[in-house]
Design a protein around this ligand. Structure first.
Ligand code: BES
Ligand code: MN
Ligand code: ZN
Length: 502
Protein backbone atom coordinates (compact mmCIF):
# COMPACT_ATOMS: atom_id res chain seq x y z
CA UNK A 1 0.00 0.00 0.00
CA UNK A 2 1.08 3.54 -0.71
CA UNK A 3 1.32 6.10 2.09
CA UNK A 4 1.16 9.82 1.44
CA UNK A 5 1.54 12.68 3.91
CA UNK A 6 -0.53 15.77 3.36
CA UNK A 7 -2.02 18.78 5.10
CA UNK A 8 -5.31 20.54 4.38
CA UNK A 9 -8.91 20.92 5.47
CA UNK A 10 -11.19 17.88 5.57
CA UNK A 11 -14.15 19.34 3.66
CA UNK A 12 -11.91 20.12 0.65
CA UNK A 13 -10.61 16.57 0.16
CA UNK A 14 -11.70 15.15 -3.16
CA UNK A 15 -11.27 11.51 -2.21
CA UNK A 16 -13.11 8.23 -1.74
CA UNK A 17 -13.18 8.55 2.06
CA UNK A 18 -12.28 11.06 4.76
CA UNK A 19 -11.58 9.61 8.21
CA UNK A 20 -12.12 11.68 11.36
CA UNK A 21 -12.30 10.81 15.06
CA UNK A 22 -15.21 10.99 17.50
CA UNK A 23 -14.68 10.82 21.26
CA UNK A 24 -16.87 9.39 23.96
CA UNK A 25 -19.57 10.44 24.62
CA UNK A 26 -20.54 11.60 21.13
CA UNK A 27 -17.97 14.39 21.06
CA UNK A 28 -16.43 15.50 17.81
CA UNK A 29 -12.63 15.79 17.63
CA UNK A 30 -11.43 19.23 16.53
CA UNK A 31 -11.00 18.13 12.90
CA UNK A 32 -14.45 16.51 12.96
CA UNK A 33 -15.80 19.79 14.32
CA UNK A 34 -14.23 21.62 11.41
CA UNK A 35 -15.93 19.19 9.05
CA UNK A 36 -19.18 19.57 10.97
CA UNK A 37 -19.15 23.34 10.43
CA UNK A 38 -18.59 22.91 6.70
CA UNK A 39 -21.51 20.47 6.59
CA UNK A 40 -23.74 22.77 8.65
CA UNK A 41 -24.02 20.43 11.57
CA UNK A 42 -24.63 17.24 9.58
CA UNK A 43 -22.24 15.24 11.77
CA UNK A 44 -23.36 16.62 15.12
CA UNK A 45 -26.95 15.89 14.14
CA UNK A 46 -26.16 12.27 13.50
CA UNK A 47 -24.32 11.98 16.79
CA UNK A 48 -27.24 13.54 18.61
CA UNK A 49 -29.45 10.77 17.26
CA UNK A 50 -27.20 8.35 19.09
CA UNK A 51 -25.77 6.29 16.22
CA UNK A 52 -22.19 6.47 17.49
CA UNK A 53 -21.13 6.61 21.11
CA UNK A 54 -17.44 7.10 20.29
CA UNK A 55 -15.85 4.17 22.08
CA UNK A 56 -12.72 2.55 20.67
CA UNK A 57 -13.59 0.03 17.98
CA UNK A 58 -16.85 1.72 16.92
CA UNK A 59 -17.30 3.47 13.60
CA UNK A 60 -19.96 4.88 11.34
CA UNK A 61 -19.78 5.22 7.57
CA UNK A 62 -21.60 8.13 5.92
CA UNK A 63 -22.12 8.62 2.19
CA UNK A 64 -22.28 11.83 0.18
CA UNK A 65 -22.18 14.15 3.18
CA UNK A 66 -23.39 17.59 2.01
CA UNK A 67 -20.77 20.34 2.01
CA UNK A 68 -17.85 17.93 1.47
CA UNK A 69 -16.06 16.84 -1.68
CA UNK A 70 -15.42 13.27 -0.49
CA UNK A 71 -17.58 10.27 -1.48
CA UNK A 72 -17.65 9.05 2.11
CA UNK A 73 -16.92 10.16 5.65
CA UNK A 74 -15.86 7.51 8.15
CA UNK A 75 -16.41 8.51 11.78
CA UNK A 76 -14.14 6.49 14.04
CA UNK A 77 -14.62 6.04 17.79
CA UNK A 78 -11.55 7.08 19.79
CA UNK A 79 -12.72 6.56 23.38
CA UNK A 80 -12.35 9.23 26.06
CA UNK A 81 -10.20 12.08 24.84
CA UNK A 82 -8.11 12.31 27.99
CA UNK A 83 -7.51 8.56 28.01
CA UNK A 84 -6.27 8.32 24.42
CA UNK A 85 -3.17 6.12 24.83
CA UNK A 86 -0.49 4.87 22.46
CA UNK A 87 -2.19 1.50 22.43
CA UNK A 88 -5.65 2.90 21.71
CA UNK A 89 -4.27 4.98 18.87
CA UNK A 90 -2.66 1.91 17.27
CA UNK A 91 -5.87 -0.09 17.68
CA UNK A 92 -7.95 2.70 16.16
CA UNK A 93 -5.68 2.95 13.12
CA UNK A 94 -5.66 -0.84 12.66
CA UNK A 95 -9.46 -1.06 12.88
CA UNK A 96 -9.86 1.85 10.47
CA UNK A 97 -7.56 0.31 7.89
CA UNK A 98 -9.21 -3.11 8.11
CA UNK A 99 -12.59 -1.48 7.62
CA UNK A 100 -11.45 0.68 4.71
CA UNK A 101 -10.03 -2.42 3.12
CA UNK A 102 -13.47 -4.03 3.15
CA UNK A 103 -15.15 -0.99 1.57
CA UNK A 104 -15.22 -0.06 -2.07
CA UNK A 105 -12.86 2.84 -1.36
CA UNK A 106 -9.35 2.36 -2.73
CA UNK A 107 -8.11 5.61 -1.22
CA UNK A 108 -8.67 7.45 2.05
CA UNK A 109 -7.53 10.66 3.73
CA UNK A 110 -7.07 9.97 7.41
CA UNK A 111 -7.06 12.80 9.98
CA UNK A 112 -6.35 10.58 12.97
CA UNK A 113 -2.65 11.64 13.28
CA UNK A 114 -3.95 15.02 14.37
CA UNK A 115 -5.42 13.60 17.58
CA UNK A 116 -3.59 14.54 20.77
CA UNK A 117 -1.78 11.79 22.62
CA UNK A 118 0.17 12.75 25.69
CA UNK A 119 3.91 12.97 24.99
CA UNK A 120 3.64 11.99 21.33
CA UNK A 121 4.56 14.28 18.45
CA UNK A 122 3.51 14.17 14.82
CA UNK A 123 6.56 12.07 13.89
CA UNK A 124 5.51 9.39 16.34
CA UNK A 125 1.87 9.49 15.27
CA UNK A 126 2.56 9.19 11.54
CA UNK A 127 5.12 6.42 12.01
CA UNK A 128 2.86 4.51 14.37
CA UNK A 129 -0.02 4.89 11.90
CA UNK A 130 2.03 3.41 9.06
CA UNK A 131 3.25 0.53 11.21
CA UNK A 132 -0.21 -0.25 12.58
CA UNK A 133 -1.79 -0.04 9.12
CA UNK A 134 0.74 -2.48 7.67
CA UNK A 135 0.30 -4.80 10.62
CA UNK A 136 -3.47 -4.86 10.08
CA UNK A 137 -3.13 -5.63 6.38
CA UNK A 138 -0.64 -8.47 6.77
CA UNK A 139 -1.74 -11.82 5.32
CA UNK A 140 0.10 -15.09 5.04
CA UNK A 141 -1.65 -17.12 2.33
CA UNK A 142 1.32 -18.51 0.46
CA UNK A 143 0.08 -22.05 0.97
CA UNK A 144 -3.62 -21.49 0.34
CA UNK A 145 -4.48 -22.58 -3.18
CA UNK A 146 -7.51 -20.26 -3.14
CA UNK A 147 -6.47 -16.80 -1.95
CA UNK A 148 -9.11 -14.70 -0.23
CA UNK A 149 -10.38 -12.30 -2.85
CA UNK A 150 -9.95 -8.71 -1.67
CA UNK A 151 -12.40 -6.99 -3.98
CA UNK A 152 -11.28 -3.38 -4.02
CA UNK A 153 -8.50 -3.18 -1.52
CA UNK A 154 -7.24 0.07 -0.05
CA UNK A 155 -4.33 1.20 -2.20
CA UNK A 156 -3.55 4.71 -1.05
CA UNK A 157 -3.63 5.79 2.58
CA UNK A 158 -3.17 9.51 3.02
CA UNK A 159 -2.18 10.66 6.49
CA UNK A 160 -2.60 14.28 7.40
CA UNK A 161 -0.38 16.55 9.48
CA UNK A 162 -1.55 19.84 11.06
CA UNK A 163 0.41 22.24 8.84
CA UNK A 164 2.65 22.42 5.79
CA UNK A 165 5.61 22.90 8.12
CA UNK A 166 5.04 19.37 9.43
CA UNK A 167 5.28 17.77 6.00
CA UNK A 168 9.02 16.92 6.04
CA UNK A 169 8.71 15.38 9.51
CA UNK A 170 5.64 13.45 8.44
CA UNK A 171 7.35 12.16 5.32
CA UNK A 172 10.39 10.98 7.28
CA UNK A 173 8.07 9.26 9.73
CA UNK A 174 6.16 7.50 6.94
CA UNK A 175 9.37 6.37 5.24
CA UNK A 176 10.80 5.01 8.49
CA UNK A 177 7.50 3.38 9.42
CA UNK A 178 7.39 1.61 6.07
CA UNK A 179 10.93 0.27 6.40
CA UNK A 180 10.20 -1.00 9.91
CA UNK A 181 6.92 -2.54 8.73
CA UNK A 182 8.78 -4.33 5.94
CA UNK A 183 11.19 -5.71 8.54
CA UNK A 184 8.27 -6.86 10.67
CA UNK A 185 6.63 -8.53 7.68
CA UNK A 186 9.84 -10.33 6.81
CA UNK A 187 10.06 -11.59 10.39
CA UNK A 188 6.40 -12.67 10.32
CA UNK A 189 6.80 -14.50 7.01
CA UNK A 190 9.88 -16.36 8.22
CA UNK A 191 8.12 -17.26 11.47
CA UNK A 192 4.99 -18.50 9.72
CA UNK A 193 6.85 -20.66 7.21
CA UNK A 194 6.72 -24.34 8.13
CA UNK A 195 9.76 -26.21 9.36
CA UNK A 196 10.06 -28.27 6.19
CA UNK A 197 10.68 -25.08 4.21
CA UNK A 198 12.24 -22.68 6.69
CA UNK A 199 15.36 -24.72 7.48
CA UNK A 200 18.74 -23.39 8.65
CA UNK A 201 19.82 -23.29 4.98
CA UNK A 202 16.71 -21.29 4.10
CA UNK A 203 17.52 -18.73 6.80
CA UNK A 204 21.07 -18.52 5.47
CA UNK A 205 19.77 -17.82 1.96
CA UNK A 206 17.51 -15.08 3.31
CA UNK A 207 20.50 -13.47 4.98
CA UNK A 208 22.49 -13.65 1.75
CA UNK A 209 19.68 -11.85 -0.05
CA UNK A 210 20.20 -8.90 2.29
CA UNK A 211 23.74 -8.45 1.05
CA UNK A 212 22.82 -8.52 -2.63
CA UNK A 213 21.86 -4.90 -3.12
CA UNK A 214 23.81 -3.22 -0.35
CA UNK A 215 27.54 -2.85 -0.29
CA UNK A 216 27.56 -1.89 3.40
CA UNK A 217 26.42 -5.43 4.19
CA UNK A 218 28.60 -8.53 4.33
CA UNK A 219 27.12 -11.96 4.94
CA UNK A 220 29.12 -15.00 6.02
CA UNK A 221 27.68 -18.41 6.71
CA UNK A 222 29.79 -20.77 8.79
CA UNK A 223 29.31 -24.45 7.95
CA UNK A 224 29.61 -27.36 10.35
CA UNK A 225 33.33 -27.90 9.71
CA UNK A 226 34.11 -24.27 10.49
CA UNK A 227 32.05 -24.42 13.67
CA UNK A 228 34.01 -27.53 14.62
CA UNK A 229 37.27 -25.65 14.17
CA UNK A 230 35.97 -22.86 16.40
CA UNK A 231 35.04 -25.43 19.03
CA UNK A 232 31.32 -24.67 19.13
CA UNK A 233 30.64 -27.96 20.92
CA UNK A 234 27.40 -26.86 22.57
CA UNK A 235 25.74 -25.71 19.36
CA UNK A 236 26.95 -28.70 17.36
CA UNK A 237 25.68 -31.15 19.97
CA UNK A 238 22.13 -29.97 19.28
CA UNK A 239 22.62 -30.01 15.51
CA UNK A 240 23.83 -33.61 15.36
CA UNK A 241 20.34 -34.97 16.03
CA UNK A 242 19.12 -33.57 12.72
CA UNK A 243 19.61 -34.30 9.04
CA UNK A 244 19.60 -30.61 8.17
CA UNK A 245 23.09 -29.09 8.24
CA UNK A 246 23.48 -26.38 10.90
CA UNK A 247 24.35 -22.84 9.86
CA UNK A 248 25.96 -20.00 11.76
CA UNK A 249 24.88 -16.86 9.97
CA UNK A 250 26.84 -13.63 10.31
CA UNK A 251 25.56 -10.35 8.90
CA UNK A 252 27.91 -7.42 9.21
CA UNK A 253 26.42 -3.99 8.53
CA UNK A 254 28.65 -0.91 8.60
CA UNK A 255 26.41 2.13 8.67
CA UNK A 256 28.87 4.26 10.55
CA UNK A 257 32.07 4.88 8.59
CA UNK A 258 33.93 5.51 11.81
CA UNK A 259 35.11 2.19 13.13
CA UNK A 260 32.95 2.39 16.25
CA UNK A 261 32.22 -0.73 18.25
CA UNK A 262 29.17 -2.51 16.82
CA UNK A 263 25.91 -3.56 18.43
CA UNK A 264 25.69 -7.34 18.17
CA UNK A 265 22.23 -8.88 17.81
CA UNK A 266 21.91 -12.63 18.32
CA UNK A 267 18.78 -14.54 17.27
CA UNK A 268 17.92 -18.11 18.29
CA UNK A 269 17.36 -19.99 15.04
CA UNK A 270 15.89 -23.38 16.00
CA UNK A 271 13.82 -24.05 12.89
CA UNK A 272 11.96 -26.83 14.69
CA UNK A 273 12.11 -27.82 18.34
CA UNK A 274 10.73 -31.28 19.04
CA UNK A 275 12.65 -31.30 22.32
CA UNK A 276 15.16 -33.94 21.22
CA UNK A 277 15.34 -37.12 23.33
CA UNK A 278 13.53 -35.16 26.09
CA UNK A 279 10.68 -35.16 23.58
CA UNK A 280 7.90 -32.60 23.91
CA UNK A 281 4.26 -33.75 24.23
CA UNK A 282 2.38 -33.79 20.90
CA UNK A 283 -0.24 -31.11 21.68
CA UNK A 284 0.61 -27.88 19.85
CA UNK A 285 4.04 -29.15 18.89
CA UNK A 286 3.49 -27.58 15.46
CA UNK A 287 4.04 -24.23 17.17
CA UNK A 288 7.67 -25.14 17.65
CA UNK A 289 8.23 -24.09 14.05
CA UNK A 290 8.17 -20.61 15.65
CA UNK A 291 11.31 -21.45 17.63
CA UNK A 292 13.32 -19.43 15.12
CA UNK A 293 11.40 -16.21 15.78
CA UNK A 294 14.44 -14.70 17.48
CA UNK A 295 16.40 -15.26 14.28
CA UNK A 296 13.49 -13.89 12.25
CA UNK A 297 13.32 -10.72 14.36
CA UNK A 298 17.05 -10.15 14.05
CA UNK A 299 16.87 -10.63 10.26
CA UNK A 300 13.85 -8.31 10.09
CA UNK A 301 15.62 -5.64 12.11
CA UNK A 302 18.76 -5.98 9.95
CA UNK A 303 16.71 -5.61 6.81
CA UNK A 304 15.03 -2.42 8.10
CA UNK A 305 18.35 -1.05 9.36
CA UNK A 306 19.95 -1.60 5.97
CA UNK A 307 16.97 -0.14 4.11
CA UNK A 308 17.13 3.00 6.26
CA UNK A 309 20.91 3.17 6.11
CA UNK A 310 21.04 3.83 9.87
CA UNK A 311 24.37 5.36 10.90
CA UNK A 312 25.27 2.56 13.30
CA UNK A 313 27.39 -0.55 13.02
CA UNK A 314 25.42 -3.71 13.66
CA UNK A 315 26.40 -7.36 13.52
CA UNK A 316 23.73 -10.05 13.49
CA UNK A 317 24.60 -13.59 14.57
CA UNK A 318 22.13 -16.38 13.93
CA UNK A 319 23.06 -19.85 15.17
CA UNK A 320 20.60 -22.19 13.48
CA UNK A 321 19.71 -25.89 13.51
CA UNK A 322 16.86 -28.27 14.36
CA UNK A 323 16.29 -30.03 17.71
CA UNK A 324 15.07 -33.56 16.97
CA UNK A 325 15.22 -37.00 18.59
CA UNK A 326 17.62 -39.30 16.74
CA UNK A 327 20.13 -42.07 17.31
CA UNK A 328 22.82 -39.44 17.14
CA UNK A 329 21.04 -36.82 19.24
CA UNK A 330 22.11 -35.50 22.64
CA UNK A 331 21.07 -37.74 25.54
CA UNK A 332 20.26 -36.57 29.08
CA UNK A 333 23.51 -36.72 31.00
CA UNK A 334 25.74 -36.03 28.01
CA UNK A 335 28.52 -33.54 28.65
CA UNK A 336 29.68 -31.11 25.98
CA UNK A 337 32.39 -28.46 25.84
CA UNK A 338 31.30 -25.01 24.72
CA UNK A 339 33.42 -22.65 22.61
CA UNK A 340 34.30 -20.78 25.83
CA UNK A 341 35.85 -23.96 27.23
CA UNK A 342 33.19 -24.28 29.93
CA UNK A 343 31.64 -27.75 30.12
CA UNK A 344 27.90 -28.35 30.21
CA UNK A 345 25.94 -31.36 31.44
CA UNK A 346 22.81 -31.65 29.31
CA UNK A 347 20.18 -32.78 31.79
CA UNK A 348 17.30 -31.90 29.48
CA UNK A 349 17.80 -31.93 25.72
CA UNK A 350 14.81 -29.61 25.35
CA UNK A 351 16.80 -26.76 26.88
CA UNK A 352 18.64 -26.47 23.56
CA UNK A 353 18.32 -22.74 22.86
CA UNK A 354 20.87 -21.78 25.48
CA UNK A 355 23.31 -24.31 23.99
CA UNK A 356 23.22 -22.40 20.70
CA UNK A 357 23.23 -18.99 22.28
CA UNK A 358 26.20 -19.64 24.58
CA UNK A 359 28.48 -20.34 21.63
CA UNK A 360 27.14 -17.34 19.74
CA UNK A 361 27.85 -15.15 22.79
CA UNK A 362 31.42 -16.39 22.90
CA UNK A 363 31.77 -15.75 19.18
CA UNK A 364 30.50 -12.18 19.75
CA UNK A 365 33.58 -11.39 21.88
CA UNK A 366 35.70 -10.93 18.77
CA UNK A 367 33.77 -7.79 17.82
CA UNK A 368 34.51 -6.03 21.12
CA UNK A 369 30.88 -4.93 20.93
CA UNK A 370 29.35 -1.79 22.41
CA UNK A 371 26.44 -4.00 23.47
CA UNK A 372 25.05 -7.46 22.77
CA UNK A 373 21.34 -8.25 22.68
CA UNK A 374 20.14 -11.80 22.20
CA UNK A 375 16.55 -12.54 21.21
CA UNK A 376 15.14 -15.99 21.83
CA UNK A 377 11.97 -18.03 22.30
CA UNK A 378 13.80 -19.49 25.24
CA UNK A 379 11.45 -20.60 28.01
CA UNK A 380 7.84 -21.66 28.41
CA UNK A 381 8.23 -20.22 31.93
CA UNK A 382 8.34 -16.72 30.42
CA UNK A 383 4.86 -17.23 28.96
CA UNK A 384 3.64 -18.15 32.44
CA UNK A 385 5.38 -15.16 34.06
CA UNK A 386 4.50 -12.38 31.60
CA UNK A 387 1.90 -13.74 29.21
CA UNK A 388 1.91 -12.42 25.68
CA UNK A 389 2.12 -8.70 26.42
CA UNK A 390 5.71 -8.21 27.45
CA UNK A 391 8.95 -9.86 26.41
CA UNK A 392 11.18 -10.85 29.32
CA UNK A 393 14.31 -8.75 29.71
CA UNK A 394 17.39 -9.73 31.68
CA UNK A 395 20.63 -7.81 31.54
CA UNK A 396 24.03 -7.46 33.17
CA UNK A 397 24.03 -3.66 32.62
CA UNK A 398 21.50 -1.21 34.07
CA UNK A 399 21.83 1.53 31.50
CA UNK A 400 21.42 -0.93 28.62
CA UNK A 401 18.37 -2.47 30.26
CA UNK A 402 16.79 0.94 30.67
CA UNK A 403 17.50 1.85 27.06
CA UNK A 404 15.74 -1.32 25.95
CA UNK A 405 12.79 -0.87 28.30
CA UNK A 406 12.39 2.65 26.97
CA UNK A 407 12.62 1.57 23.33
CA UNK A 408 9.86 -0.89 24.16
CA UNK A 409 7.62 1.81 25.60
CA UNK A 410 8.08 4.19 22.68
CA UNK A 411 7.53 1.50 20.06
CA UNK A 412 4.66 -0.21 21.87
CA UNK A 413 6.66 -3.45 21.74
CA UNK A 414 7.25 -3.67 25.43
CA UNK A 415 9.61 -5.64 27.64
CA UNK A 416 9.64 -6.17 31.39
CA UNK A 417 12.74 -6.75 33.45
CA UNK A 418 13.30 -9.85 35.56
CA UNK A 419 16.14 -10.20 38.09
CA UNK A 420 19.46 -11.58 36.97
CA UNK A 421 20.71 -12.10 40.51
CA UNK A 422 23.61 -14.37 41.36
CA UNK A 423 21.37 -15.95 44.01
CA UNK A 424 19.83 -18.04 41.22
CA UNK A 425 23.15 -19.30 39.83
CA UNK A 426 23.35 -22.26 42.23
CA UNK A 427 20.35 -23.84 40.53
CA UNK A 428 22.68 -24.61 37.62
CA UNK A 429 25.14 -26.64 39.68
CA UNK A 430 26.16 -29.95 38.12
CA UNK A 431 27.76 -32.96 39.79
CA UNK A 432 29.84 -33.75 36.73
CA UNK A 433 30.45 -30.61 34.64
CA UNK A 434 30.95 -26.86 35.12
CA UNK A 435 27.20 -26.36 34.91
CA UNK A 436 23.94 -28.05 34.02
CA UNK A 437 21.80 -26.77 31.17
CA UNK A 438 18.67 -26.59 33.33
CA UNK A 439 17.99 -25.10 36.74
CA UNK A 440 14.89 -26.91 37.94
CA UNK A 441 11.30 -25.76 37.81
CA UNK A 442 11.60 -22.52 39.81
CA UNK A 443 12.22 -19.26 37.92
CA UNK A 444 12.95 -20.98 34.60
CA UNK A 445 13.33 -17.74 32.69
CA UNK A 446 15.80 -16.37 35.20
CA UNK A 447 17.94 -19.52 35.35
CA UNK A 448 18.07 -19.67 31.55
CA UNK A 449 19.41 -16.12 31.56
CA UNK A 450 21.81 -16.98 34.39
CA UNK A 451 23.17 -19.72 32.17
CA UNK A 452 23.71 -17.25 29.32
CA UNK A 453 25.25 -14.66 31.65
CA UNK A 454 28.16 -17.03 32.23
CA UNK A 455 29.09 -16.53 28.58
CA UNK A 456 28.47 -12.77 28.47
CA UNK A 457 30.95 -11.51 31.06
CA UNK A 458 33.09 -9.54 28.63
CA UNK A 459 30.48 -7.05 27.40
CA UNK A 460 27.29 -5.23 28.17
CA UNK A 461 24.57 -7.72 27.42
CA UNK A 462 20.80 -8.03 27.45
CA UNK A 463 18.61 -11.02 26.79
CA UNK A 464 15.06 -10.83 25.46
CA UNK A 465 12.91 -13.90 26.08
CA UNK A 466 10.18 -13.67 23.44
CA UNK A 467 8.50 -17.04 24.08
CA UNK A 468 5.22 -15.25 24.90
CA UNK A 469 5.36 -12.41 22.40
CA UNK A 470 6.75 -13.81 19.14
CA UNK A 471 3.60 -15.58 18.03
CA UNK A 472 -0.09 -15.96 18.81
CA UNK A 473 -1.82 -19.29 19.40
CA UNK A 474 -5.45 -20.22 18.90
CA UNK A 475 -7.58 -19.16 15.96
CA UNK A 476 -5.33 -16.20 15.13
CA UNK A 477 -2.27 -18.42 15.24
CA UNK A 478 0.72 -16.78 13.61
CA UNK A 479 3.92 -14.85 14.03
CA UNK A 480 3.73 -11.28 15.39
CA UNK A 481 7.09 -10.00 14.18
CA UNK A 482 7.99 -8.95 17.71
CA UNK A 483 10.40 -7.60 18.83
CA UNK A 484 11.46 -5.99 15.53
CA UNK A 485 9.85 -2.71 16.59
CA UNK A 486 11.68 -2.67 19.90
CA UNK A 487 15.02 -3.48 18.27
CA UNK A 488 14.52 -0.79 15.61
CA UNK A 489 13.65 1.82 18.22
CA UNK A 490 16.75 0.84 20.15
CA UNK A 491 18.99 1.11 17.07
CA UNK A 492 17.41 4.39 15.96
CA UNK A 493 17.91 5.87 19.43
CA UNK A 494 21.57 4.86 19.26
CA UNK A 495 21.88 6.36 15.76
CA UNK A 496 20.38 9.66 16.97
CA UNK A 497 22.80 9.69 19.83
CA UNK A 498 25.72 9.49 17.41
CA UNK A 499 24.35 12.29 15.26
CA UNK A 500 24.12 14.56 18.28
CA UNK A 501 27.67 13.71 19.40
CA UNK A 502 29.87 14.89 16.50
N1 BES B 1 11.58 -23.34 22.55
C1 BES B 1 11.35 -23.77 23.88
C2 BES B 1 10.66 -22.69 24.73
C3 BES B 1 9.18 -22.54 24.53
C4 BES B 1 8.30 -23.50 24.95
C5 BES B 1 8.70 -21.39 23.98
C6 BES B 1 6.94 -23.32 24.78
C7 BES B 1 7.33 -21.19 23.84
C8 BES B 1 6.46 -22.16 24.23
C9 BES B 1 12.67 -24.12 24.56
O1 BES B 1 13.62 -24.68 23.75
C10 BES B 1 12.34 -25.10 25.62
O2 BES B 1 11.94 -26.18 25.28
N2 BES B 1 12.54 -24.72 26.87
C11 BES B 1 12.22 -25.56 27.97
C12 BES B 1 13.30 -25.38 29.00
C13 BES B 1 13.22 -26.36 30.13
C14 BES B 1 13.52 -27.75 29.63
C15 BES B 1 14.19 -25.95 31.20
C16 BES B 1 10.87 -25.18 28.51
O3 BES B 1 10.57 -23.97 28.59
O4 BES B 1 10.09 -26.07 28.83
MN1 MN C 1 13.37 -26.77 23.59
ZN1 ZN D 1 13.52 -24.19 21.77
Amino acid sequence: MEFIVKSGTPEKQRTACVVVGVFESRRLSSIAEQLDKATRGYLSNILRRGDLEGSVGQSLLLHSVPGTLADRVLLVGCGRERELSDGHYRTIIAKTVSQLNELGATEAVCYLPELNIRGRDIYWKVRAAVESAQEALYRFDRFKSKKEPSKRALRKFILTVPSRRDLPTGETAAKEGLAIAAGINLARDLGNLPGNICTPSYLADQAKDLAKHHKQVKVDVLEQSEMEKLGMGALLSVAKGSRQPPKFIIIDYKGNPKSEAPIVLIGKGITFDAGGISLKPPANMDEMKFDMCGAAAVLGAMSATVQLGLPVNVVALVPSCENLPDGNANKPGDIVTSMSGQTIEILNTDAEGRLLLCDALTYAERYEPAAVIDVATLTGACVIALGRHASGLLSNHHALANEILNAGKVSGDRAWELPLWDDYQDQLNSNFADMANVGGKEAGTVTAACFLARFAKKFHWAHLDIAGTAWRSGDRKGSTGRPVQLLMQFLMDRADHHKKKP
